[in-house]
Design a protein around this ligand. Structure first.
Ligand SMILES: Nc1ncnc2c1ncn2[C@@H]1O[C@H](COP(=O)(O)OP(=O)(O)OP(=O)(O)O)[C@@H](O)[C@H]1O
Ligand SMILES: [Mg+2]
Length: 609
């Protein structure tokens, strides 16, 4: 029988096999459509690390269907199995990963176990969580062309699709550049362009928005919406941004410890703030606000979007006499506790270019005083990573001066600078090189020449803090992205430098990981450490940073407290940024721009009621 033939393995697919695979189609009644994706009783385990060692089920009993034109968001804690599920749905697991698969994954009725990934390339497109895992061609345009050539499309069609994708993702200026010469967000866009160019019926996207600036996120979501509408593409995306799931997905599936813990309309699930937290999923900021108001004031609000919140809150707002309260409120936000201290980080007339024809940093002057918690924000490619790499000596100014704690960085080696400046790279794989998690975390403190007991104590505390004790003796390479990110955070915590520079520390982290990271940063700030954070997460920046520096095309176009910066939509738009939901709501209700946290908003609301 055909199924026996395929079990014999390695045999090229013959016509009876094809006939068998299309049987489900023939058996459908008139008007009935076969789901594009069917997952039946799937369990999956990676190959064991050592022969005969146990290999746990990473996915453990999963059923899922996706119809053409449907958009499913998949959310869950780090390590829930999201990336593994993506690899499985695209047929890469177990073909490339090895491991054990039970149950069946059918794409357009075809069992992925019988179809090697190339045979499915015209039906399913996979975006890897890490663009570096995907980009291997010498240029952006070659990357997009590669898949199209493999599909055997005519060259005119290939050219047209490349042009369309370069325009859609604003990649024209970097089309000839190798992936290594792109910013983090540009890499993500290039990887997305290469996948979307193939126009597959089924798109499996592992964190398509991670590392994109706010405007870029909206653009990608709009492009996906168009593909779904015009070509009935089915989309499955993992995403940590609940606002995006509410706005775009038809359905949300929560993955928890390898099983689907819940499925349903995103809005209905994501308003359950506590249940979501237990599954490691962040709820929308507005749902947090509703829950906090209800808890503290006994109200019965139920909103998850800014529009809903505005409609619910505005009626109670109008008649309130706000005069006396205005007088009680401090006229401006509390002064920055660090202003006036000597600079920890300083640049004067800083210019930098990778290639002389394209200036990247165009004459920057900046002082970050000791003890300040500052955030650096700006569009993908605006120069954020390029700027912060000047402080650890990975890049050196072409013109101008960089000082760390008052000393010119020019004469100092990377190693010397590392004693003062701890650095978290944008991508964990740029940073991790030790054979075990424990050794990786110990590297920093050991390098400082600390006594072994002290190294040991710091490593233990850092592993605990970032919940890594259970994987301490595993090789970092086998961990998922979120866990590897936590390893890099733990390394920095163990090193405990006076100045910390973090390049997008929360990308790939789940809700608990983000909360833990910011609790840690807040503690460090209270202890007087200097923190410079690069982030595209405006809600976190607004809530935690004391100062926001806006970079646009290599120049600083805004610099001030979050309340001032997030009250300027014009400035934000110029830098491809957008205010976080709370700032949008505060603006809509005419509240002071200092209402940037759920707590501040609740206090304001309670006072006005
Ligand atoms: N190694 C490199 N060689 C050449 N050009 C580069 C290199 N790295 C970055 N660039 C370019 O320099 C500019 C600034 O890049 P940078 O990585 O500093 O941006 P970014 O603000 O950190 O962006 P993102 O938010 O995407 O991480 C971009 O135009 C980018 O394409
Ligand atoms: Mg960057």
């Amino acid at each position: 029988s055909p199924s026996k033939a395929s079990k014999a393995g390695g045999r090229p697919l013959s016509s009876p096999c094809r006939w068998w695979n299309s049987l489900p189609d023939l058996m459908m009644g008139p008007g009935e459509r076969q789901p594009l994706l069917q997952v039946h009783g799937v369990r999956f385990a990676y190959p064991p690390l050592a022969p005969h060692s146990p290999a746990p089920w990473v996915l453990d009993g999963l059923d899922l269907r996706l119809e053409a034109g449907e958009w499913l968001a998949l959310m869950g804690a780090s390590d829930a199995g999201k990336t593994t599920l993506c690899l499985l749905l695209a047929g890469l697991a177990p073909h490339l990963t090895g491991g054990t698969l039970e149950g069946r994954v059918l794409i357009a009725g075809q069992d992925t176990r019988r179809r090697p990934p190339p045979a499915l390339a015209d039906r399913v497109g996979l975006l890897f969580q890490e663009p570096d895992a995907q980009l291997f061609n010498p240029s952006v345009e070659a990357e997009i062309a590669w898949g199209l050539e493999n599909l055997g499309l005519p060259s005119a069609e290939i050219e047209a699709r490349i042009a369309e994708m370069l325009a859609l993702f604003h990649l024209e200026a970097v089309r000839r550049r190798p992936p290594g010469a792109l910013s983090g967000g540009e890499k993500k866009r290039a990887a997305l362009a290469a996948v979307l160019a193939l126009r597959p019926a089924l798109l499996i996207l592992d964190e398509p928005l991670g590392g994109l600036d706010p405007v870029g996120r909206r653009e990608v979501l709009a492009a996906l919406e168009t593909l779904r509408r015009d070509r009935a593409a089915a989309i499955l995306m993992t995403e940590s941004d609940p606002e995006a799931a509410v706005a775009f997905a038809d359905r949300l599936a929560v993955l928890h410890e390898g099983r689907l813990a819940a499925q349903g309309p995103p809005r209905d699930l994501l308003r359950r703030v506590e249940a979501m937290a237990a599954w490691g999923v962040a709820a929308p900021q507005m749902a947090h606000l509703a829950a906090a108001l209800n808890r503290r004031l006994g109200t019965a609000f139920d909103f998850v979007t800014v529009e809903e919140a505005r409609a619910a809150l505005e009626p109670g707002w109008g008649g309130v006499e706000s005069g006396p309260l205005e007088a009680q409120r401090p006229a401006s936000p509390p002064p920055d506790d660090a202003a006036g201290r000597p600079p920890a980080l300083q640049v004067r007339g800083l210019e930098f270019w990778y290639d002389a024809a394209r200036p990247v940093l165009r004459g920057l002057d900046l002082d970050i005083p000791q003890g300040q918690f500052a955030a650096l924000v700006g569009a993908n490619g605006s120069g954020k990573t390029t700027l912060i790499k000047q402080f650890n000596g990975l890049l050196r100014p072409r013109r101008g001066i960089v000082r760390v704690n008052g000393q010119d960085a020019a004469g100092r080696s990377i190693g010397e600078l590392a004693r003062q400046v701890g650095f978290l790279f944008q991508h964990p794989e740029q940073q991790i090189f030790s054979p075990t998690v424990r050794q990786e975390v110990a590297f920093g403190p050991r390098n400082l020449g600390l006594p072994p007991e002290e190294v040991e104590a710091r490593v233990r505390a850092a592993l605990d803090r970032f919940d890594l004790a259970a994987v301490a003796d595993e090789p970092p390479a086998i961990l998922g992205y979120g866990l590897r990110r936590r390893v890099t955070l733990a390394s920095l915590a163990a090193q405990d430098p006076p100045i910390l520079i973090l390049d997008e520390p929360t990308v790939g982290l789940d809700a608990a990981g983000r909360a833990e990271t910011f609790a840690w940063l807040t503690e460090l700030h209270a202890q007087g450490r200097t923190i410079l954070l690069v982030s595209h997460d405006m809600a976190l920046v607004a809530a935690y940073a004391r100062r926001v520096i806006v970079l646009h095309a290599g120049q600083i176009i805004g610099d001030g407290p979050p309340s001032a910066i997030f009250a300027r939509p014009d400035l934000l738009a110029r830098a491809s940024l957008a205010p976080p939901p709370l700032a949008q709501l505060a603006q809509a209700l005419g509240l002071p721009p200092s209402c940037l946290t759920v707590d501040a908003f609740c206090a304001e609301y309670a006072a006005r009621r």
